[in-house]
Design a protein around this ligand. Structure first.
Ligand SMILES: NC(=O)c1ccc[n+]([C@@H]2O[C@H](COP(=O)([O-])OP(=O)(O)OC[C@H]3O[C@@H](n4cnc5c(N)ncnc54)[C@H](OP(=O)(O)O)[C@@H]3O)[C@@H](O)[C@H]2O)c1
Length: 206
């Protein structure tokens, strides 16, 4: 029996999805499939030109899609702060109760490896290109764990989703290292993130 795929995404009408890195690769597929199922989708991209182009492409692929582009450079903390402020304003306005779940794509053949394959002559570049052709799944497969975590019923708090065979396959609950469940490490990571970003979430209970 085939596993969970994008056709299993339940109706997303009334939901808003913010997808980062949404102008290409896994992010674009994620945004497109959520829009196809009725979600209002925000494409958060660092390049206005690429973000707008993705918006146009998505509207062409999903006629009637509710989609908008917002500028967000994840490497620029000022841009992240501006974006976070807008996001929290929207959450507050919507009276949102948010579920936190994580997903990993396994190994997907996207632009991520373009740098490695650019110099096609080296053994390393040929190895990566071969692995992309033989081992990796396409971006449509790499997007499925994210889509599953965001939309499948009963995913629940703190779920971690990935491809069945680690690098490829239908999305399932993924194996996770024990240390990722260690509360003390979590608290240290949270504190370091607050310090480095200058964003504090004091209103969240520990
Ligand atoms: N493909 C895999 O096998 C694999 C495996 C494990 C994890 N991942 C993770 O999955 C995510 C998506 O990867 P992908 O394979 O879809 O890669 P991709 O095809 O290279 O797409 C990456 C996307 O992220 C955007 N981006 C890069 N830096 C950004 C920044 N500073 N601010 C905002 N957007 C930025 C890119 O936009 P630009 O067009 O502006 O560059 C692009 O839209 C990445 O976090 C990657 O590390 C992928």
């Amino acid at each position: 029996m085939p596993g969970w795929n994008a056709t299993h995404i339940p109706d997303q009408s009334g939901r808003t999805a913010v997808v980062t890195g949404a102008n290409g690769g896994i992010g674009y597929i994620t945004a497109r499939e959520l829009a196809r199922r009725g979600a209002s989708v925000v494409l958060a991209c660092r390049s206005a030109a690429r973000g707008k182009a993705a918006e146009i492409r998505l509207r062409a692929e999903v006629p009637g899609a509710e989609v908008e582009f917002i500028a967000l450079d994840l490497a620029d903390l000022a841009s992240v702060r501006e974006f976070t402020h807008e996001l929290s304003r929207r959450f507050a306005a919507a009276g949102s109760a948010i579920t936190a779940a994580a997903a990993h794509p396994g190994y997907a053949s996207t632009n991520l490896h373009a740098g490695a394959t650019q110099d096609g002559g080296t053994l390393y570049a040929r190895g990566v290109a071969l692995a992309n052709d033989v081992v990796a799944q396409p971006a449509t497969g790499g997007a499925l764990p994210t889509l599953y975590a965001a939309t499948a019923p009963g995913v629940g708090q703190d779920a971690f989703v990935g491809p069945r065979f680690g690098w490829r396959g239908a999305p399932v609950r993924s194996w996770r290292a024990k240390w990722t469940l260690d509360d003390k490490s979590g608290e240290r990571l949270w504190a370091a993130s607050e310090k480095l970003t200058g964003v504090s979430y004091a209103s969240l209970p520990r």
